[in-house]
Design a protein around this ligand. Structure first.
Ligand SMILES: Cc1cc2nc3c(=O)[nH]c(=O)nc-3n(C[C@H](O)[C@H](O)[C@H](O)COP(=O)(O)OP(=O)(O)OC[C@H]3O[C@@H](n4cnc5c(N)ncnc54)[C@H](O)[C@@H]3O)c2cc1C
Ligand SMILES: NC(=O)c1ccc[n+]([C@@H]2O[C@H](COP(=O)([O-])OP(=O)(O)OC[C@H]3O[C@@H](n4cnc5c(N)ncnc54)[C@H](O)[C@@H]3O)[C@@H](O)[C@H]2O)c1
Length: 469
């Protein structure tokens, strides 16, 4: 039996785990990074990058199909094999990049195997190795959850872990879940010519707490592929296909080559032996971590990335890894990490973004900006969507935003940065806006906030009459 002794053991070499290991080592700790495969991250292998590569192919098809809007005749011919071949080629380059960074980790720090807790800071790896650490960072990520009603059609079920390895594009796909995963992939598949339908038991897209923005997006996306909200589903195999039946807000049945389970990705904490740590676990078997220090109670255990189930997006996995690694190295003298303004973006077209704290909506001023008559959007025939910007009623300081509009991924960044710097709507209007741009489209929301809180509008720069702004 091998025993490994270290200051900080990190379980999981994904984005959060790699950041945690580096951070702990930079702060003087001896580290042990344990992963069951050391073969890329969720982001590169089955997450952000392959999904965006599929979206990029879909955008090319969509652009050609819609060229006729501008007087140009074109009809795309989608070669499914070629689309997926290019996707995997580029994806593998991203994976090679991660392999390179893993290769730079010093000898003796990496340990391949599946770890589980046997005590507060003792781990057992599936090869029998025992690890004794002073602190542990849990960065095990998340895994797809497959609803039980899909059991009868298991053979036809895809997840984000299998979709990108198909040889070619299927004829038809049912997508279960209208969250970011389901909607991004549904729109991409639909634009690539796959008959696609989305189903969700909930009453809005992406569980978005803004009915108006969510409703507009549902309308826009619903013009491209059917979205069935508030439905209950059942499934059975029929002539080798998955036959889905649904009841609720709408009723029907249809056969699909595949069913994509996009119904959430809970943290992979189940077989981690957390009960041996003595930590208080919730009904899902998860410990609670402080959102700033990422420490579980007062224990020498830290949670980071998707495993922490707080902000399951890449830049936060990296940031949380760095905070957790630092704190694990300095345990018990733990510090609160400085968290960024929350920012999440769904790469549909139009994109949907949530920025800052939108939970206090009732206690804020709301400025709205529609993109239906917006200059830049009209030029590019993308004139739809809505931005809601929330601000403090006292001084118009920006608090949050929900946007489903063209270029939302870019305007959301500007808003997140402005919120982080404490900007007010009035200050936003005093900044330069080039014409004609999508950024100009936010001005009506800033003006509405200024008006509501009685703060000044810099008229010499923002007169509000520029045609198409
Ligand atoms: C389809 C899809 C698209 C996405 N698109 C975006 C996007 O566009 N932008 C964005 O910001 N985010 C996106 N995300 C989210 C983003 O990918 C994740 O938030 C991020 O990758 C999480 O990183 P992580 O380090 O927490 O987990 P992971 O990268 O999953 O790492 C976890 C690691 O832990 C290892 N592990 C697990 N259990 C054990 C164990 N017991 N012992 C040893 N090792 C173990 C695993 O092998 C794995 O290597 C997307 C996710 C998906 C699924
Ligand atoms: N652009 C991005 O940042 C991006 C893109 C894709 C995925 N992700 C990440 O991937 C993770 C998973 O995304 P997701 O969209 O799967 O999760 P999600 O939890 O956001 O959405 C899941 C959806 O599935 C629905 N659902 C669950 N069970 C169902 C059932 N039995 N029948 C019908 N509907 C059901 C839920 O109501 C919900 O709307 C998230 O953490 C997300 O942040 C991020």
């Amino acid at each position: 039996m091998t025993t490994k002794i270290c200051d900080v053991a990190i379980i999981g070499a994904g984005t959060a785990g790699l950041a945690a290991e580096l951070s702990a080592r930079r702060h003087g700790a001896s580290t042990l990074l344990i992963d069951e495969s050391f073969s890329g991250t969720t982001c590169t292998n089955v997450g952000c990058m392959p999904s965006k590569l599929l979206i990029a192919a879909a955008a090319a098809a969509h652009g050609a199909r819609h060229a006729r809007t501008f007087g140009i005749a074109a009809e795309p011919v989608v070669d499914g094999v070629a689309v997926l071949k290019r996707l995997r080629l580029e994806r593998d380059r991203f994976i090679a990049g991660v392999d390179k960074s893993i290769g730079r980790i010093p000898d003796g720090v990496k340990w391949k195997g599946r770890a589980r807790f046997t005590g507060l800071t003792t781990l057992e790896i599936d090869d029998g190795t025992v690890v004794e650490a002073k602190a542990v960072v849990i960065a095990v990520g998340a895994a797809p959850s497959i609803p039980a009603f899909l059991d009868p059609v298991q053979a036809a079920v895809l997840t984000n872990e299998t979709l990108f390895d198909l040889e070619t594009l299927p004829i038809s796909v049912a997508v279960i879940g209208a969250g970011p995963l389901g909607l991004e992939l549904a729109q991409a598949l639909s634009r690539l010519g796959v008959e696609t339908r989305v189903f969700d038991q909930g009453d809005r897209l992406a569980s978005l707490d803004d009915k108006e923005v969510s409703g507009q997006l549902a309308h826009i996306l619903g013009n491209e592929f059917p979205i069935h909200l508030e439905v209950q589903l059942s499934a059975r195999l029929d002539a080798g296909k998955a036959l889905l039946s649904w009841t609720g807000r709408s009723e029907g049945s249809a056969s699909f080559d595949y069913v994509l389970a996009a119904s959430g990705r809970p943290p992979r904490l189940k077989d981690l032996g957390l009960e041996s740590t003595g930590l208080v676990l919730d009904e899902h078997g998860a410990p609670k971590a402080d959102p700033c220090s990422l420490q579980c109670g007062a224990a020498p255990i830290f949670l980071a990335g998707d495993a922490a189930n707080g902000r399951p997006v890449l830049h936060e996995a990296q940031a949380e890894g760095a905070i957790a690694g630092h704190n694990a190295a300095r345990y018990p003298d733990v510090l609160p990490g400085k968290r960024m303004v929350p920012l999440s973006i769904m790469f549909t077209d139009p994109a949907m973004a949530v920025v800052g704290d939108i939970s206090r909506r009732s206690a804020t001023i709301l400025g709205a900006a529609s993109f239906e008559d917006q200059g830049r959007a009209k030029v590019f025939a993308t004139n739809h969507g809505l931005a809601h910007i929330l601000a403090d009623p006292l001084d118009g300081k920006l608090i949050g935003a929900v946007i489903a509009a063209p270029a939302a991924e870019h305007t959301a960044h500007l808003l997140a940065w402005s919120i982080q710097h404490g900007m007010t709507a009035s200050q936003m209007l005093a900044l330069p806006y080039y014409h004609p741009t999508y950024e100009e489209g936010l001005k009506p929301a800033f003006r509405a906030i200024c008006k509501a809180v009685g703060s000044s509008m810099p008229m010499e720069r923002d007169d509000g009459f520029l045609a198409g702004a």
